[in-house]
Design a protein. Structure first.
Length: 187
């Protein structure tokens, strides 16, 4: 990894801030890839790979845009991510709610992620007001897109993994927001 970074720094004429951000992003990508590989292996072994992939395709863009809970160590992040996906795909997905219940819940989730997101890791560079607004809107659009998919494919086995992923993400985003604001108030 160091060799790749050194080549990028030498050839791209990056500022110190840009170099730090590039290092941060590369480390994040490598750690995320390792988590996905472990999850694919696990969910394939328990014959839930299709539900995991669907849930992950919803989770990943929302997480990238809105952030959420962040952990200082890889193992704690891995464990939290595993519990999150396990809950969405294995524990909660079999609990299929009525469409008349799911749509209002997802509408509330869309409003909540719009109002409180994004919540970025403290190690990440701060967003400008415009970037913040853009990420907030993108997250809202992703959740709205999932609402449409849920309506169109409600009878699919995958739909419940999708809406539970949105619900869990909204809950963890709310927890992250509370923690962030509690820390801010205590300083």
């Amino acid at each position: 990894m160091q060799k790749i970074l050194r080549m990028a720094y030498e050839n791209a004429n990056l500022s110190t801030k840009e170099q730090k951000f590039m290092t941060f992003r590369l480390k994040c990508m490598l750690l995320d890839i390792s988590k996905v590989i472990l999850f694919v292996a696990f969910f394939a072994a328990v014959h839930k790979l299709d539900s995991f992939v669907y849930a992950f395709l919803i989770f990943f863009p929302i997480r990238q845009e809105s952030g959420g809970l962040h952990f200082k160590h890889y193992v704690s992040c891995l464990m939290f991510s595993f519990v999150y996906m396990y809950a969405a795909v294995i524990l909660l997905a079999p609990m299929k709610l009525a469409l008349a219940v799911v749509i209002p819940i997802l509408a509330v989730c869309a409003a909540v992620v719009y109002m409180i997101g994004p919540i970025l890791a403290p190690t990440r560079p701060a967003l400008t007001k415009q970037e913040f607004a853009e990420r907030r809107l993108k997250t809202f659009k992703i959740v709205c897109y999932e609402i449409v998919l849920t309506i169109l494919f409600f009878n699919s086995d995958l739909a419940s993994a999708g809406y539970w992923t949105i619900i869990l993400h909204t809950m963890q985003l709310m927890i992250a927001w509370i923690i962030k604001n509690f820390k801010k108030g205590g300083e």
